[in-house]
Structure formats: structure tokens, C-alpha cells
Design a protein. Sequence first.
Length: 233
Amino acid sequence: MKWTQKRFWKAATVAPAEGGFTVHLDQRQVKTPGKSLLVVPTDAMARAIAAEWEAQQGPVRPETMPYTRAANSALEKVAPQFDEVVALLAAYGDSDLLCYRAPGPQELTLLQAKAWDPLLDWAAQTLNAPLTVTTGVVHTPQPDPSTKRLHELTAAHTHFQTAAFHDLVSLSGSLILAFAVTHGRLSPDEAWAISRIDETYQISLWGEDDEAAALAESKRLAFHQAARFWAVC
């Protein structure tokens, strides 16, 4: 039988700590699953984490604590292998969703162009990373200066930002969409809708499968949570 932690504290509070802020459960400082002290970079993040602990009643339910889980991930998964995580995320720039266009029908290609072309223009001008558009799914290498620039921008994030950025990239399938959200070019709602153009088009033709819809909704919620975690970094 798996042991489940239950609420033992009266109040969850935020306190300054060396290197940032932490959360106390009464007099006990919150620790990561690996038993390291949980220290986060901003007061806003610490308050969001404290609110999650304060909301727990009875057994602690980690699935209801996304800020805590993301902070733990930043400290125990991202930090120890930061270079590898950056390389994984930056690689999306060489096969970005926005660069691969459907060969048809024309209605879909026009939808893709209308939504995706302005973002590629933005990436070229603002991120200094012009990317090549292709038709079909065969990989087309992107210019080396652009992929290097995208790697530099990705590596400039903190461990905590990278934890959020990871989900923005992996859930949307696009490095450019993730940058558009973190730079304020798109809202999370806009970015998510743009990432789903192909799926939305297919749904308009054939209808929506309930199981697929439930999976898409769970991903949408996770995408929005990643944007919220980025905001408190």
C-alpha cells in the first residue's frame, strides 16, 4: 500500500530564503521530492505554491499542485541536465510546425499561411531567426545562423523559465509559438488555436472524437498552465 501524505500544517506561508523565496508549512520548509529545500526565484511563484499547499485538505493531491510540480521539475530535472534540455527544445527550430505546410486542399493551405506566415515574419525580424517554409513532411534543414540563434535564445532562459518553456514547445510542437507567447506576441489562447489549425480543419470536415477531444483539452490546460508558470518566473 502506497503511503499518502496528509495535511499536518495549519498554514502555508511565504518567507525569504537564500537565493529567493520559500514556502513554510507552519515551521517546516517545503522540500522537493528529492529532499532538497524548495527555493524559487520570485515572491509571486512562492505565493502561488503556498496557495496550492493551503488548498490541500486531507490527503495531499500533487495533481492539483501544478506550480509546485513545475518548480520541482525546474530544480530536479531541468537544472541537472540544463544543456541537454536546451538542445532538445532548440531542435524544434529545425523542424518547426509553422514551416511545414499541407500540399492541399487550398482551404487548409490558406488557413496555415494566414496564421503562420506573420509569425515567421516576426521570428525573422524580432528573433533574428528567418526560417524556410516547405510543403509536405520531408525534413528541410533550416539555415545554420537561424538555428544557432534560436539555441542562444533558448539557452538564455533560467532553469525555472525552461521548465515552463519546455511545455509551451512540446505541447504546441513549435519553438516559434512558444517564443511568441513568452515575448507577448501572442496570448496562450491565440497560440494554442494556431497550433491546432490542422486538427481544427479536420474536425470541421469529419467531426470530433470524444477521446481525442478530451486529450486535446488536457493538453490545452497544460499549455495555459505553462504560460502561467512562465509569468511568475
